[in-house]
Ligand binder design. Structure first.
Ligand code: PHB
Length: 388
C-alpha cells in the first residue's frame, strides 16, 4: 500500500516537473534546406542561429530557448508536413527559416491557423508577408534591390538589357520591378529570358542573351547558383563581348564570390548585405562567424542572425509570453542595428526595412568581396508601397 502511494507520488512529481519544463522552454522550429540544391542556405542560417545563441545565451525572459532543426530540402510539401509536426507535436512557439519562397508560402496557412509566428529568414518574394498576419520577415525582397539596380543602370549609360531570371516567384519579382523602373528611366529590356530553378544549364540561354547584343544582362539566380552562372557567362565570352552583369546581389553571393575568379572583378550589384560592410558590428560578426565555421557569412546567415534577434527581443517585450498575437505586436516596428546596418520591421506590413548598398566586386587582402560604395537608406518593399 505504502509502496503504491509512493509510486503515485513519484509519478505526480515527474509529471509536474515535465509540465514545468514544458512551460519554461520556448521552442523554435527551424525549417531550412540542409540538403539539395539550396543546402548552402541551410548551412548558413543554421550556423548563424547557433552563433547568435552562443553570443546571447539560451535564456530569454526566464525561458530556456530550444531550436529544433528540420531539413525540408526546399521542397514545399516537406515544409508543410514539418511545420505541422513542429506545431502539433513539439508545440513550438515559432516556426522560422524557409530557404525558398514556395517553402515560406506553404507554411503560411499553418501559421495563421495555429497563431504561431512564422519568421522568414531567407525567402524574398514580396507577397509572402501578405499570406498570413503571423509572418514577419528578416530577409529581404527582390524588389527592394532590383529598382535600385534599374536607377543605377540608367545613370551609368546602360540602355539595352536582357533580363535572365530563375523561373519562379522571386525571379518574376526581380524582373518586373527592374523592367518597370528601367523603362521609366528610358531604358529598354530587349529580351526576357527565364530558365528552370532546378539544375539549370545556363549555356543556351546565355547564347540567346549574347545574340541580342545588350549593354548588360540583369540576372537573378537564388543563392548557391551564382558561381555556375558566372562561369558559363565567361565561358560563352559575354564578358569579352562587353556585356556587363547587373542585378540583385544574389549572383555575387559572399558564399561563392571568392571562388569566381578575377573575371568577376568590377561587377556591380545592389544588395542589403556584404561581408565587407565596414561597420564595427559587422566586422565583429564576420570574425566570430568565420572563427566558428571556417567559411564566410552571406546574406542568408544575416537573415538568420537577425531572425533570432527578432525572436529574442519579442520574447523580452512579452515577458516570455508566447501568445502569437502578443509576439506579433511586439515585433511590429522593432528597430535594431544588424550586421547589414540599421534595420526595422515595418509596423504596417511586418516586412523588413533596411539599407540597400551599391557594391562592386574588388580584391581586398587577396580575396574577392562586394565593396559597398553608395547607400540608399531605409528602403521599404516597393511592391507593397505601390499598392497603397
Ligand atoms: C526565394 O526563393 O525567395 C529566394 C531564394 C534565394 C535567394 C533569393 C530568393 O537568393
Amino acid at each position: 500500500m505504502i509502496r503504491k502511494q509512493l509510486c503515485v507520488a513519484v509519478m505526480a512529481l515527474t509529471a509536474a516537473a515535465g509540465a514545468a519544463y514544458a512551460q519554461e522552454t520556448v521552442k523554435i522550429g527551424l525549417i531550412v534546406p540542409m540538403t539539395g540544391q539550396q543546402a548552402s542556405t541551410g548551412k548558413q542560417i543554421d550556423a548563424a542561429v547557433r552563433l547568435y545563441m552562443q553570443q546571447n545565451g539560451n535564456m530569454v525572459a526566464g525561458k530556456r530557448i530550444e531550436v529544433i532543426l528540420k531539413d525540408d530540402a526546399a521542397v514545399p510539401d516537406n515544409t508543410k508536413r514539418l511545420a505541422q509536426e513542429l506545431i502539433v507535436n513539439d508545440k513550438v512557439s515559432f516556426i522560422a527559416g524557409f530557404g525558398v519562397t514556395p517553402a515560406a508560402l506553404a507554411a503560411a496557412p499553418l501559421a495563421t491557423q495555429a497563431k504561431v509566428p512564422e519568421i522568414v529568414m531567407a525567402a524574398g518574394t514580396s507577397i509572402i508577408t501578405e499570406r498570413s498576419p503571423y509572418i514577419a520577415r528578416t530577409s529581404f525582397t527582390l524588389a527592394q534591390s532590383s529598382v535600385i539596380v534599374a536607377d543605377w543602370a540608367v545613370k551609368n549609360g546602360i540602355k539595352k538589357v536582357v533580363t535572365m531570371v530563375s523561373d519562379y516567384a522571386p525571379g518574376a519579382d526581380a524582373q518586373n520591378s527592374f523592367k518597370e523602373r528601367f523603362a521609366k528611366g528610358g531604358g529598354q529590356v530587349v529580351e526576357e529570358i527565364k530558365f528552370p530553378l532546378a539544375n539549370p544549364d545556363f549555356a543556351p540561354f546565355l547564347q540567346r542573351a549574347r545574340d541580342a547584343k545588350p549593354d548588360a544582362v540583369f540576372i537573378f539566380v537564388p543563392s548557391g547558383q551564382g558561381a555556375t552562372f558566372v562561369k558559363q557567362f565567361i565561358e560563352r565570352g559575354l564578358d569579352k563581348a562587353g556585356i556587363r552583369i547587373i542585378g540583385p546581389g544574389d549572383v555575387t553571393d559572399d558564399d561563392q564570390v571568392n571562388g569566381m575568379g578575377d573575371a568577376v572583378i568590377g561587377t556591380v550589384t545592389v544588395h542589403h548585405y556584404s561581408a565587407a560592410h565596414p561597420s564595427a558590428m559587422n566586422k565583429a560578426f564576420v570574425a566570430a562567424f568565420e572563427k566558428a565555421n571556417k567559411f564566410r557569412p552571406n546574406f542568408m546567415a544575416v537573415g538568420g542572425y537577425d531572425g533570432m534577434h527578432l525572436i529574442y527581443e519579442a520574447l523580452k517585450k512579452t515577458g516570455g509570453k508566447t501568445d502569437g498575437d502578443a509576439l506579433m505586436a511586439a515585433m511590429k516596428g522593432m528597430k535594431w542595428e544588424s550586421p547589414r546596418g540599421p534595420m526595422s520591421i515595418d509596423p504596417e506590413t511586418r516586412d523588413v526595412i533596411h539599407n540597400e548598398y551599391v557594391r562592386k566586386v574588388e580584391k581586398v587582402g587577396g580575396q574577392l568581396y562586394n565593396v559597398e560604395f553608395a547607400t540608399f537608406e531605409d528602403v521599404k518593399d516597393p511592391v507593397k508601397a505601390a499598392k497603397k
